[in-house]
Design a protein around this ligand. Structure first.
Ligand code: AMP
Length: 280
């Protein structure tokens, strides 16, 4: 596995691969790698000729400075984990490499419902920063495919639209959410939970499953209220939102809709912000 820290080296290598007719799979991450990340890398290494994994904690997508400063950093272990995969390149740029002209002035191509509900409401600016870094990566690497996790539901939807507009030669491959045995979605942020907090983090998937089982019995607003109530009833848990939406458009569902729904939720557990989703 090669490690590139400069955009120039990354760009050169990717160009050489494309010139030789090799397809590139790209897996963007913020590090603190876990089995969820590995579940994106694995299909890339079997489906594409070459695989690039990036580790970059992107400052422009954090709306809370403390969240950026406290983002887990386990680089040494991440490199060891990547050596056990068939990753060809680890791209490890600095913010200065990624944003040589500064971080301001980006005009994100994707807007509308997909960027403005749920995470869009609660993390203002997050999706603009996310689009900024993904568009920059796609320009440098020009992969045939970008591998994204289903868990970050709005994120992969936005990246699909971004590719259509700005990187039409890149397709998005969405991979299922990897969960612990108790249903908690793997997340780098779980590392910051105490053992008790980690157990309480089951409230997200419990709320999603409760809503899924009750679809059709009560109005959506009532199901959302009950899901919020369930999360709030657990000590140390402060839910931010619970939304049931049409899974394709993210519009509010028709009152009698029972299929093609997605539940989206964010909840702070011991002050750590966790998100999850489930299709119904
Ligand atoms: P992050 O490092 O959190 O920015 O995540 C990098 C990629 O891994 C994103 O596409 C995430 O959606 C994906 N990912 C994170 N957690 C999981 C998980 N539990 N299962 C599958 N993919 C995941």
């Amino acid at each position: 596995m090669r490690i590139f820290k400069t955009v120039a080296a990354m760009r050169d290598w990717a160009g050489t691969q494309r010139d030789a007719g090799r397809s590139i799979g790209f897996v963007p991450t913020m590090g603190a790698l876990h089995r969820g990340h590995l579940s994106l890398i694995e299909p890339s290494t079997t489906e594409r000729d070459r695989t690039v994994v990036s580790i970059f904690v992107n400052p422009t997508q954090f709306n809370r400075r403390e969240d950026y400063d406290n983002y887990p950093d386990t680089l040494r272990r991440d490199v060891w984990d990547l050596l056990d995969t068939k990753t060809d390149v680890l791209f490890l740029p600095t913010p200065e490499e990624m944003y040589p002209d500064g971080q301001d002035g980006y005009d994100p191509p994707v807007s509308g419902l997909v960027t403005s509900i749920a995470e869009g409401v609660h993390r203002p600016g997050h999706f603009d920063g996310m689009q900024q870094v993904i568009e920059r990566f796609l320009g440098i690497i020009q992969p045939s495919h970008i591998y994204m996790g289903f868990k970050d539901y709005q994120q992969w939807m936005i990246v699909e639209q971004l590719c259509a507009k700005r990187a039409p030669n890149t397709a998005v491959r969405v991979c299922p959410t990897v969960r612990e045995d108790d249903g908690v979605a793997l997340s780098s942020r779980n590392l910051r939970l105490s053992p008790v907090g980690r157990k309480r983090a089951t409230v997200l998937i419990e709320a999603l499953q409760m809503a899924r089982e009750s679809i059709g019995t009560e109005p959506f607003a009532e199901l959302e209220r009950q899901a919020m109530e369930h999360m709030r009833s657990q000590r140390g848990c402060e839910p931010e939102y619970f939304e049931i939406r049409d899974r394709h458009t993210l519009a509010e569902p028709a009152p009698d809709q029972v299929d093609d729904l997605v539940g989206l939720t964010a909840c702070n557990v011991e002050g750590i912000r966790l998100i999850d989703c489930l299709v119904f």
